[in-house]
Design a protein around this ligand. Structure first.
Ligand code: FAD
Length: 432
């Protein structure tokens, strides 16, 4: 699906409850009360759609890219939080029931029935906590898998609490049509979790690690082979959630770009940099270990593009998807021009040097050794101007993967030099 179609679908789904309550709801109330209800309903439907925007649905993330999907998820979560927190304050004097002793001006009074409000109050507390824990995840010292589990459980609790709140305290949501709509939307949201964490793992086919070797002091090559099935149907440059040595139902899975070419056979390879729990323990993985792949995901592919040339620009382990693309282009005898820019800090970090040397490759080091014949410094605008003509910048396809600062500098420079944003493809390894 294209980005536009996805955005349209998103707007339609999140505004569906507003449309249905407008058609089936009773006579309109004062403007501020209507605004309060509208914001509340919008927040609830946005929160339910967040379940599907969790990145594990190929139709969503393949159209716009995984990083864009996750950024959209994060921005919409903040917007939904704002709407949810604001909405009770709009009811003011039109609230149900009489004023509370502690709220003589009735600014804060929404309902006097605490049972009806319980779900809303619970969600009012849980939702900011869930968003704050996600925003500050990397500053808090706990495992990614623990966070993922808590995020999922918290989201389900909030959805349940909001359903209770909408049905018991909501005026429009008391209509039969709205009860059905909310029930269907909550079922779809929870169903998406059941799909990702129970049904997909039940259908997962096993793989086995066939080769694991250290490429550089902190980078590994890992290859897995399908066990009893034909393997994966993927495009060069896509990525997989890789689970090594755990049950298919485990949350211990991490995303890695595929560095092998689809046409090279059924084996799938990765280049993995040591970083934390999983990647730092690769030296303990033995060949023969069972693995599972949830794949393919991502949209970093050059298939179907008609630009006359392709520039693959990588920083560090961002070379992984570029290797997949390069290998596929060579296997299929692709006639398009190809240039690779590959930046690293030190010479010892360069992987697959011989293979890359056979191509039009520019190696860039920020801390080069004495006598280094390649480029010095960062992969930035000046370097791009030395490596590409203006015509190439305007007409080629640029594929980027690397540290955020490098990607931002390259993207900005390409656009400033007349490159078109639809001819820049990028993959970020960190959702932020
Ligand atoms: C689309 C994509 C492609 C990637 N491709 C590669 C690649 O080809 N080679 C490579 O070395 N690295 C790649 N990464 C980064 C890689 O996923 C992380 O370095 C790895 O997951 C770290 O795991 P860890 O347990 O060793 O470290 P931890 O210390 O547990 O995690 C460090 C950080 O990695 C991220 N991370 C960890 N687990 C997950 C998870 N399950 N899902 C999403 N993010 C997670 C989180 O931001 C976390 O804070 C890619 C990331 C993404 C999003």
């Amino acid at each position: 699906m294209t980005s536009f179609a996805l955005l349209l679908l998103y707007v339609l789904v999140v505004t569906l409850p507003l449309g249905v309550s407008w058609i089936f709801g009773g006579p309109p109330r004062p403007f501020w009360a209507e605004l309060g209800s509208g914001l509340g309903m919008l927040a609830f439907s946005m929160i339910l759609v967040e379940f599907v925007l969790s990145g594990r649905f190929r139709r969503v993330s393949s159209g716009i890219g995984m990083d864009v999907t996750m950024r959209f998820h994060q921005v919409m979560a903040r917007a939904a939080l704002l709407f949810a927190l604001l909405h009770p304050f709009f009811y003011g004097g039109s609230a149900v029931g009489g004023p509370r002793p502690w709220d003589p001006t009735r600014v804060l009074t929404v309902s006097t029935d605490l049972t009806a409000m319980a779900g809303g109050i619970l969600a009012f507390v849980l939702l900011p906590a869930l968003v704050a824990l996600a925003v500050y995840r990397s500053d808090l010292d706990y495992k990614y898998e623990t966070w993922r589990l808590m995020h999922g459980i918290g989201a389900v609790l909030i959805a349940g609490a909001l359903l209770h709140h909408a049905l018991s305290a909501g005026r429009y949501s008391a209509e039969a049509e709205m009860v059905w709509l909310w029930a269907a939307m909550v079922a779809a949201a929870i169903g998406s979790l059941i799909w990702v964490y129970l049904i997909e793992p039940a259908r997962a086919r096993p793989w086995r690690v066939t080769e694991i070797k250290r490429l550089t002091p902190r980078q590994w090559s890992v290859t897995v082979t399908p066990e009893g099935h034909a393997g994966l149907d993927y495009k060069a440059g896509q990525f997989a959630w890789l689970n090594i040595g755990h049950s298919a139902y485990s949350l211990h899975e991490n995303p890695f770009s595929i560095s092998s070419a689809p046409d090279a056979g059924a084996d799938v390879s990765f280049v993995i940099k040591e970083l934390g729990d999983f990647t730092g323990a690769l030296d303990q993985v033995a060949p023969g270990t069972r693995a599972y792949l949830d794949a393919p995901y991502g949209s970093l592919t050059v298939e179907g593009r008609d630009e006359p040339g392709i520039a693959l620009i990588a920083g560090g382990v961002g070379i992984a998807p570029m290797l997949g693309i390069l290998r596929q282009l060579r296997l299929t005898g692709d006639p398009r021009k190809l240039r690779i820019i590959y930046g690293n800090r030190a010479e010892e970090q360069i992987v697959f040097r011989e293979e890359l040397a056979a191509e039009d490759t520019v190696l860039v080091l920020s801390e080069p050794p004495k006598g280094w014949a390649g480029e010095h410094g960062m992969v930035d605008g000046d370097l791009l101007d030395r490596c590409f003509t203006e015509e190439e910048i305007r007409s080629w396809l640029f594929v980027l993967c690397g540290p955020p600062a490098m990607m931002d500098a390259v993207e900005d420079h390409l656009i400033a030099r007349g490159g078109a944003s639809d001819r820049i493809l990028s993959e970020r390894f960190d959702y932020g």
